[in-house]
Ligand binder design. Structure first.
Ligand SMILES: C[S@@+](CC[C@H](N)C(=O)[O-])C[C@H]1O[C@@H](n2cnc3c(N)ncnc32)[C@H](O)[C@@H]1O
Length: 276
């Protein structure tokens, strides 16, 4: 075992892979579709999807390029994600869509100057050295190729009472943060990151999305189905039920007439090109 955070992150996503984006909430799917739309993919393009997860970006990318003879390679550090998404590729009978386990920061063995587009949905901030990652992706793009990535740009502060309730069960200390998060703190920070790696025509847009939970308990189920499970792991096992009750109770005032809850996260989408 090393202290490289990628190992820990890989284990976390391996664990959540069976339920990631599978709990009846349109969360990652809508972000993936938006990222693909903004990337302006063309039929026939060769695309690399980094940190593919359960395919929120991969499948819409395949819809855009494969009919014109293109292909998509998805890579993920978590074997569980690759296995589950491979099964879905087979279930859909897709051609020219491939997956492999690989580390996004180094991506060994991939051909350089070969990809028309590199896509990266909600992954780059998990890298301990995002600069190394975006430089590697630059080398993999053909001249004039396109990078499109997304990151979180703001949380829905109406849900803060639930997070505060959870915090009461966590060990003292600063909240957990993904290792590369500082490079994604603002559109300017992302632009600095990409321009120092050689990208040009860098533009970011921010968009507030809407996700609906049936109930506070549904929100809790979703909370354990993605990277947020890392926080739940920090709560001593014997206190998890009390933590669930406290967090759900804190969300009661947000319930709408039908009992549902509306979450409005803000995402940043950044598109940049490799010079011709
Ligand atoms: C928040 S999920 C995003 C998944 C997918 N792109 C989406 O939009 O739903 C982050 C994904 O990145 C993967 N990941 C995290 N660190 C990685 C790394 N160093 N190399 C490759 N994949 C990584 C995780 O295993 C996980 O599948």
């Amino acid at each position: 075992m090393t202290d490289d955070p990628r190992e820990q992150i890989g284990r976390l996503f391996d664990e959540v892979a069976p339920v990631y984006d599978q709990v009846g909430v349109d969360f990652f799917g809508q972000f993936g579709r938006r990222l693909v739309a903004l990337a302006g993919l063309k039929p026939g393009w060769r695309v690399l999807d980094i940190g593919t997860g359960r395919g929120a970006v991969l499948f819409p990318a395949a819809d855009a390029v494969v009919p014109g003879g293109g292909e998509v390679l998805g890579v993920d550090i978590a074997q569980g994600m690759v296995d589950a998404t491979s099964a879905e590729i087979q279930r859909r009978g897709l051609q020219n869509v491939y997956l492999q386990v690989s580390d996004a920061q180094t991506l060994p063995g991939l051909p350089e100057r070969a990809y028309d587009a590199v896509l990266c949905g909600l992954v780059a901030f998990f890298l301990p050295d995002p600069q190394a990652g975006v430089r590697r992706w630059f080398d993999l793009l053909r001249p004039g190729g396109r990078l499109a990535l997304s990151s979180f740009a703001g949380e829905d502060f109406r849900f803060k009472p639930a997070h505060d309730a959870l915090a009461a069960f966590l060990p003292p200390g600063p909240p957990m943060k993904p290792p590369g998060i500082e490079s994604f703190a603002s559109s300017d920070a992302v632009a600095d990151l990409l321009s120092s790696a050689g990208y040009v025509d860098i533009g970011s847009v921010e968009r507030v999305h809407e996700t609906v939970f049936r109930s506070p308990e549904h929100w809790w189920e979703w909370q354990g189905s993605h990277g947020g499970r890392a926080t739940l792991h920090l709560i001593p096992r014997e206190q998890r039920e009390a933590a669930r009750e406290a967090a759900c109770a804190a969300l009661e005032p947000l319930r709408r007439e039908d009992g549902s809850l509306l979450l409005q996260p803000k995402l940043r989408y950044t598109v940049a090109d490799k010079p011709r």
